[in-house]
Write a protein that binds this ligand. Sequence first.
Ligand SMILES: C[S@@+](CC[C@H](N)C(=O)[O-])C[C@H]1O[C@@H](n2cnc3c(N)ncnc32)[C@H](O)[C@@H]1O
Length: 232
Amino acid sequence: MTEPSLSFIQTADGSKTIYNPSVGENYHSINGALQESLHVFVKGGLAYFTQNSLNKNISILEVGFGTGLNFLLSSDYAEQHQINLQYTGIEAFPLPAEIIENTGYQEYLENKNSWDSFLNKYNESFSNSQEITSSCSLRIHGKPILEFETEEKFDIIYFDAFARNYQPEMWSLETITQACKFLKDKGIFVTYSVTGELKRALRSLGFDIQRPAGAAGKREMMRALLNKNNAL
Ligand SMILES: C[S@@+](CC[C@H](N)C(=O)[O-])C[C@H]1O[C@@H](n2cnc3c(N)ncnc32)[C@H](O)[C@@H]1O
């Protein structure tokens, strides 16, 4: 590992996560990194959206790209369900590709080619959009979410910030408003955590809130639907 301050940790389902001592927090749930990613983001976000839409061209904006686990599993899902996926990640502190390589996440992918393609094109994806598979492109913006600007709007927002106790500013009304302004009408916002502050923020922005069962160790997750014109 080239970053001596980061260390790998095995989570309850056997998949690895990264511990960041300067934040004091892991990149994923200690109760299962793979399980959390599949449950909250792929099943609770992408699968839910596709099952409720005829659209086969889907765009995702992820806040907190990190290791790319949510991206890799979403890319796999897209390929299996004949979806064209345009994936955009926002990451304030990009991880080196060598660290991502050591996560071993290829083990969980149906399409092993996507892993090699992702690692090979990861650095370039910070400059322009890269075709990772025939059905999935990736662009990462290496900047904080509050500095991100685009004219584009997205179908789904994966909000995967460090927990509120460790990075409270990511859960403020200002940050949630900034992320949600990039959502299309009828789009959805998903995250692993439900707090009173988040519920109030999303309601004030015009979202309808759903709280499906959470990933391992969490009672609920957050899914919020934008059933009106996005005036943000
Ligand atoms: C919980 S981890 C994300 C895990 C990631 N989705 C994965 O699968 O590996 C939170 C991520 O948010 C990033 N981050 C922290 N502050 C940020 C900011 N202001 N804007 C965007 N990303 C930020 C961190 O560097 C970290 O990669």
